[in-house]
Design a protein around this ligand. Structure first.
Ligand code: IPM
Ligand code: MN
Length: 347
């Protein structure tokens, strides 16, 4: 039987129960489709940091390289480990080490879920550049604690990095409704973002069938709220994409629905699939985390592994569940009840 080997990192807080839920759904979908999933569950987390002094072992990245994909829950427990330590010790190095340069975040209003907007139609795909830009990690601090202290953090945009994310976005737009919004801020940022606009126009020449619009990030935030049905695929730099996808998640009804795929499109290393939400310490032990974002992320993983039929069955089971009113209100249904409903909708 075909077997996919998955590194499973539940991580912190609600990352654990939602990953368990996603794994149960993935295993059942795999059984139904005649393939197997084999998990190596890795305890890397803030608890692991407190035990060992590191978020993951020194050879952690080398270990991950051997898997077909990575399924991640959430990283962060600021009460014990500063976020800048935990995220730079686990999540961000994985994205960079495996060239997961495309972060695909689909935002769709599920049946039965009432978002905060009056619109009933919201179906966009945000594509966030995931390895450079504002997250390049180039910078430093001098004169710490002194009145003349200086902190610098430089955004780095490379031609190859910008071109590959734009090409991927144009081809995704071509496969969807043919519209692409490229998010910029070239009215203020005259080096990086003017370059981004030039590259958008250059790549657009190869996709004459895609209708492309350059929109400043501030106007984009307004457009997502005021005219969400005018949008299809959205491509943005790392930080702009980070911010706009929390807005996208809110319009979907909450972070509990927002799935993501950190893709290495060239397949030179494993891709990683994770819900957009974090560890949510405020509800971590209450049993009410919505597992839908994690389950949806698992379905994106199956698509990436070439198991599109099983992924489609998971999408249908999620939609059937929310259509029945289960998992449609934050905090009302138990994680286990939502998972059980999705599992039985898979039958
Ligand atoms: C996300 C998160 C991360 C990011 C944080 C936790 C570093 O907000 O995946 O959207 O900014 O990329
Ligand atoms: Mn974010």
């Amino acid at each position: 039987m075909k077997t996919h080997r998955i590194a499973v990192i539940p991580g912190d807080g609600i990352g654990r129960p939602v990953t368990e839920a996603a794994w149960a759904v993935l295993e059942k979908a795999a059984r139904g489709a005649g393939f197997a999933l084999q998990a190596d569950i890795l305890p890397w987390s803030c608890a692991h940091y407190l035990d060992t002094g590191a978020m993951m072992p020194a050879d952690g990245l080398r270990h991950l390289a051997g898997f077909d994909a990575i399924l991640l829950g959430a990283v962060g427990w600021p009460a014990t480990v500063p976020d800048a330590v935990s995220l730079h010790g686990l999540l961000l190095p994985i994205r960079k080490a495996f060239s997961q340069y495309a972060n695909l975040r689909p935002h769709r209003l599920l049946p039965g879920v009432e978002g905060p907007l009056r619109t009933a139609v919201f179906d966009i795909l945000c594509i966030r550049e995931n390895t450079e830009g504002e997250y390049s990690g180039a910078g430093g601090r001098v004169h710490q604690g002194q009145p003349e202290e200086v902190a610098v953090e430089t955004a780095i945009f490379t031609r190859s990095g910008v071109e590959r994310i734009l090409r991927l976005a144009f081809s995704q737009a071509r496969a969807r409704r043919g519209r692409l919004t490229s998010v910029t801020k070239s009215n203020a940022q005259r080096f990086t973002m003017v370059f981004w606009d030039e590259m958008t126009r250059r790549v657009a020449a190869d996709f004459p069938d895609v209708e492309v619009t350059l929109t400043h990030v501030d106007a984009m935030a307004a457009k997502m709220v005021m005219a969400p049905d005018s949008l299809d695929v959205v491509v943005a730099s790392n930080l702009f994409g980070d911010i706009l996808t929390d807005l996208g998640a809110a319009i979907q009804g909450g972070l509990g629905y927002a799935a993501s795929a950190n893709l290495n499109p060239d397949r030179t290393g494993p891709s990683m699939f994770e819900p957009v939400h974090g560890s949510a310490p405020d509800i971590a032990d209450k049993g009410i985390a919505n597992p839908i974002a994690a389950i949806w992320s698992g379905a994106l993983m199956l698509e990436h592994l070439g198991e599109g039929a099983a992924a489609a069955r998971i999408h249908a089971a999620i939609a059937a569940t929310t259509a029945r009113g289960i998992g449609t209100r934050p905090g009302r249904d138990r994680t286990e009840a939502i998972t059980a409903a999705i599992l039985s909708a898979l039958d």
